[in-house]
Design a protein around this ligand. Structure first.
Ligand SMILES: NC(=O)c1ccc[n+]([C@@H]2O[C@H](COP(=O)([O-])OP(=O)(O)OC[C@H]3O[C@@H](n4cnc5c(N)ncnc54)[C@H](O)[C@@H]3O)[C@@H](O)[C@H]2O)c1
Length: 457
């Protein structure tokens, strides 16, 4: 490992974003503390075990683990040059982001801020516009009588990593966005990110620099612009997927294949090929809550966001389409057994937050179907997080297929593209395949006697 940096950094939150950030910054030689108030997460990390599934995380944890001080108490973290807040910002009932965890973290920082230094308090969590400024007030309040003697700067530094490729995105991002109102905050964050901005580090084992990748762009803007860049990015991605899903519905009616259509339009450089895969729609820990927060922010400022609203509507319809398709082919779902291939909201993660699979399972159960499910990684998390879910967890795809009237491919785990379909089919009661991610070839499946139903094909 090549030591490049020597800042003192405290990351608050050891979830997908916080832990990835802490390990990446430790790899560059910074002195990193990573704080999570969930003691069991810290116990796992201290024992060298990642608290969630993410490709490459285990290896990086082994490589730098001892270089990070994991603790459940901010008071046990070293005083820092940079505090990075990476706690959750879930949806509130009204759609706005719940800032209570961010405020709690800021308040804890304020209570401990040392005199004499000028640390930067950075928000990496996805937060509404104005939060950086609001946190200044929260920290000053926590400082109390010490306020005139303690100085700090605030900055926004939204995160764009994708679960399933979190480390890749952390070491080799498209851009780094820094929003601040003070040059000193930019300077320290540019120094913090210098190894990434200059790509001067020796890549960690198993995480080679992608071919053709040079350097990320640095976007230095005001804090409100940085905060809005994050929401606008996620809203755009949501709109893009919902756009192709809307056209998938039309493609089915007019006899077109949405995969061909997506390829045809994606070749236009102004549109691009990414995020144009029709299917069961988006889910996860970000797009659903962030689109809701955008709509809420619009409503607060008398500014309706009809495109984002439509993206949300199309997305929820898309999940139902899968159930409707099953109903059309099986006529009734009551008494049928449906096998779900994939539970996580996307491949290479065990994150189930707002996963389309969970909603599809609920709808199937409501309609009287029995549900079996298989996921290569997320089944344990599902058992733990949803103990009451009436699902039989299969040990393998072959086990899943036993007695099923239909299989539904919900998550596009790579291995699902090449399952032994003939063997799976031989175990099924009826050979119906709903391909919710358009992963399989209709010809191949029909040749094996399956009734194949794709999305928009
Ligand atoms: N997960 C992603 O793919 C992703 C990508 C980009 C941005 N984000 C944003 O980053 C933020 C974090 O997301 P995440 O998925 O990592 O969340 P997460 O739920 O995986 O992790 C958050 C962690 O913060 C801890 N925590 C909460 N309050 C705390 C406190 N006061 N002190 C110490 N620990 C505290 C929790 O125990 C939890 O472990 C969110 O705002 C999210 O929108 C997430």
């Amino acid at each position: 490992m090549k030591l490049e940096n020597n800042l003192k950094v405290t990351v608050i939150g050891a979830g997908y974003v916080g832990l990835t950030t802490a390990l990446t910054l430790a790899y560059f030689g910074n002195r990193v503390s990573c704080v999570d108030k969930n003691g069991s997460i810290i116990d796992k990390l201290k024992g060298g075990r990642p608290p969630f599934y993410e490709p490459g995380l285990d290896e990086l944890l082994q490589a730098v683990g001892a270089g990070v001080n994991f603790t459940a108490q901010l008071s046990q973290a070293d005083s820092a040059d940079v505090y990075i807040i990476a706690v959750g910002t879930p949806s509130r009932e009204d759609g706005n982001a719940d800032l209570s965890y961010v405020e709690e973290a800021a308040s804890q920082i304020g209570a401990l801020l040392p005199e004499g230094s000028i640390p930067v308090v950075v928000t990496k969590s996805t937060v509404p516009v104005g939060t950086a400024q609001h946190l200044e007030t929260v920290i000053n309040k926590a400082l109390g009588e010490r306020a005139p003697r303690c100085h700090f700067l605030v900055a926004s530094n939204p995160e764009f990593l994708r679960e399933g490729a979190a480390l890749q995105d952390s070491f080799y991002p498209d851009r780094i966005v820094i929003g601040a109102g003070d040059e000193r905050a930019f300077d320290i964050l540019k120094r913090l990110y210098a190894p990434i901005l200059e790509q001067s580090f020796v890549p960690p084992e198993g995480l080679p620099r992608p071919q053709g990748y040079s350097r990320p762009a640095l976007v230095a803007v005001s804090a409100p612009s940085a905060e809005l860049i994050k929401y606008a990015s996620n809203a755009f991605l949501a709109v893009k997927i919902s756009f192709i899903n809307e056209f998938a519905g039309l493609a089915e009616k007019v006899g077109a294949d949405i995969k061909d259509v997506a390829e045809g339009i994606g070749l236009d450089k102004r549109i691009g090929p990414h995020f144009l895969a029709a299917g069961a729609g988006w889910g996860g820990s970000c797009l659903p809550k962030d689109t809701r927060a955008v709509i809420f922010a619009g409503s607060q400022h008398g500014c309706r966001m009809p495109m984002v609203e439509a993206a949300v509507e199309v997305n929820s319809r898309q999940r139902l389409r899968i159930v409707e398709k099953l109903q059309e082919v099986l006529e009734t779902l009551r008494g049928c057994t449906i096998g779900i291939l994939g539970l996580s909201f996307k491949p290479d993660t065990d994150d189930l937050r707002d996963s389309p699979a969970l909603e599809i399972i609920d709808r199937l159960l409501e309609r009287g179907a029995a549900v079996r499910a298989y996921d290569p990684v997320a089944a344990d998390n599902c058992r733990r997080s949803y103990p009451g879910l009436q699902v039989h967890y299969a040990s393998s795809p072959l086990d899943l297929a036993g007695g099923c009237d239909a299989l539904v491919l919900v998550t596009d785990w790579k291995q699902f593209a090449s399952l032994p379909w003939e063997q799976l089919g031989s175990r099924m009661r009826q050979k119906v395949m709903v391909d919710g991610r358009n992963m399989l070839r209709r010809d191949d499946m029909e040749r094996l006697g399956f009734t194949y139903i794709g999305m928009g094909r």
